[in-house]
Design a protein around this ligand. Structure first.
Ligand SMILES: Nc1ncnc2c1ncn2[C@@H]1O[C@H](COP(=O)(O)OP(=O)(O)OP(=O)(O)O)[C@@H](O)[C@H]1O
Ligand SMILES: [Mg+2]
Ligand SMILES: [Zn+2]
Length: 503
């Protein structure tokens, strides 16, 4: 017997089986019961929230000969044929697959032919926002003078792409994301009926991570179920779905607030060594920060996606330490980092850098406004966060980690180049320029590094690590370093702590 995905087996077959969407369900059911149907409906909302399911229930209800209290009987041939897609008068068009021109043309020709099997012809047009302009116009013509025996149900995930001319001819229903509680109770039913042994904690985790979509939630449960026979627990969910533990992210944010650079690097490296993807870590950190912001704004009534029971106390404590504006900025920065990670191979480093920078300004109790200067975001220093002498160690530590990464990358490519660079030190960056200093006694090393071959190697490593270009300047560091004009300018521009030069 072929395996049927849970979400298909568990498609609601009657109005009363639909989870959530109460107003929509009630309005549709009433209009069937009282025979007040209109010609065109538009179902709009996120994926997997019941649009197609309700379209089919409606199609059944209007064609069922034994309709009761607005519900289809699900037993007669017409109900059954509609359920399995073989009913001639219910025509499903997927606008996403061929953008609809032929189908809509066909529809215009046939729409006036009376229903063959049932009472009403029902056209269900899925992903209707994908129709070409031409197809939209053809559809509009039909909607302007719909025959009595026809009902259109248009469904879309992108309401804003539907032309106003179409909208104004439809009765519109907004589908909402389902809440974690609604998803949880459905998952419990499904698990029980299918003898799937799963921890309540695991269900709660899936329900939070499905982002309001029931199809995705059922898909996750299915995936876990096929992966293992024994009881599914929270760790299985994290592992199989490649998710990051919320408790882990909560601790990482604690490190960030404590400005503990060493702990940040260590914790990230544990996660990465366990096989978590850097991009996933960034995504989930962004989600966690989103929860943090929601909690700060709405308190206990906030709808949290990432933070579960265990991390919630930490989330609350963190919310008290950070300003809203700081959290918002942190989100922006981590989202940016996620983008950067998509294009970079030096993922690990990009991520570490982001967290280190985050801690350099998120840890401040004052509200921080990073300068508007464009790039580089990650290495950008800012005047407002000038550190107290006692805190300098952290900055230096961060820069040393960066420098050791650069050196390691160069060493991997060419050992002699590494030997030259080893005598230099990373001073900092300003705009698109990265400054690497050599003491006067290392003129030879500096000059060799300026040669194209060596420079190319360094450039390549920097590109891999930062996912961008820097114009590298090798400069001498005088014993009396502050006489050096370039360094002096750089210090004026972004504070002493990044250009702090020690012997
Ligand atoms: N409100 C709901 N109540 C119960 N189950 C639901 C609900 N929404 C979705 N599902 C489950 O998800 C599956 C897919 O739902 P459906 O096809 O109706 O979603 P959709 O909103 O049309 O999504 P898409 O925009 O991706 O087409 C259903 O078969 C069902 O298992
Ligand atoms: Mg659908
Ligand atoms: Zn029926």
């Amino acid at each position: 017997m072929s395996y049927l995905a849970l979400y298909r087996v568990w498609r609601p077959q009657r109005f009363s089986e639909v989870v959530g969407q109460e107003q929509t369900v009630q309005a549709l059911r009433n209009s069937v019961r009282e025979n007040r149907l209109t010609h065109a409906y538009l179902f709009a909302g996120p994926r997997g929230t019941g649009k197609t399911s309700l379209a089919k229930i409606l199609a059944k209800a209007v064609n069922c000969g034994h309709q009761q209290d607005g519900e289809p009987c699900n037993l007669c041939t017409s109900c059954q044929d509609i359920s399995n897609g073989s009913f001639m008068d219910v025509i499903e068009i997927d606008a996403a697959s061929n953008r609809g021109i032929d189908e809509i043309r066909d529809l215009r020709e046939k729409v006036r032919i009376l229903p063959a099997q049932g009472k009403k012809k029902v056209y269900i047009i899925d992903e209707v926002h994908m129709l070409t302009t031409e197809a939209f116009n053809a559809l509009l013509k039909t909607l302007e003078e719909p025959p009595d025996s026809v009902i259109f149900i248009l469904a879309t995930t992108e309401l804003q792409k539907i032309p106003g001319t179409i909208l104004s001819r439809c009765q519109k229903y907004n589908f909402r994301r389902l809440t974690p509680d609604q998803i949880t109770s459905r998952l419990q039913d499904v698990a029980q009926s299918n003898s799937i042994d799963v921890d309540p904690e695991a269900i709660a985790l899936i329900a939070r991570r499905a982002n309001g979509g029931m199809r995705d939630a059922l898909g996750m449960l299915d995936q876990l179920h096929s992966y293992q026979d024994s009881r599914i627990n929270r760790d299985d969910v994290l592992e199989v779905l490649g998710l990051v533990d919320d408790l882990f992210v909560a601790r990482l944010i604690d490190d960030v607030i404590a400005q503990d650079a060493a702990a940040i690097v260590e914790h990230l490296s544990i996660a990465l060594n366990q096989g978590k993807e850097a991009i996933q870590l960034a995504r989930e950190t962004a989600l966690y920060l989103r929860d943090l912001l929601m909690y700060k704004v709405a308190g206990d009534s906030a709808d949290l996606i990432m933070a579960g029971e265990q991390s919630r106390p930490m989330l609350k404590a963190q919310g008290q330490k950070l300003e809203q504006s700081q959290i918002l900025q942190a989100i922006r920065m981590i989202v940016d980092t996620g983008e950067k990670l998509r294009f970079s191979e030096g993922q690990r480093f990009v991520l570490e850098l982001a967290f280190l920078e985050l801690s350099s300004w998120v840890g401040k109790p004052v509200t921080v406004v990073p300068p508007a200067a464009p790039q580089p975001k990650s290495l950008r220093a800012n005047k407002e966060t000038r550190l107290e002498p006692s805190e300098r160690g952290e900055k230096t530590e961060a820069r040393e980690i960066l420098w050791s990464r650069i050196l390691a990358g160069v060493k991997e490519k060419k050992v002699p180049t590494h030997a030259l660079l080893l005598q230099g030190k990373l001073l900092g960056t300003k705009g698109d320029t990265m400054y690497i200093g050599f003491h006067k006694g290392y003129k030879f090393h500096k000059e060799r590094m300026e040669e194209k071959g060596n420079r190319d190697i360094l450039d390549a490593v920097i590109r891999e690590l930062f996912a961008r270009e820097f114009n590298v300047q090798f400069i001498f560091i005088e014993d009396n370093q502050y006489n050096d004009m370039v360094v002096k300018r750089a210090i004026e521009d972004f504070g002493e702590e990044l250009i702090e030069i020690k012997d």
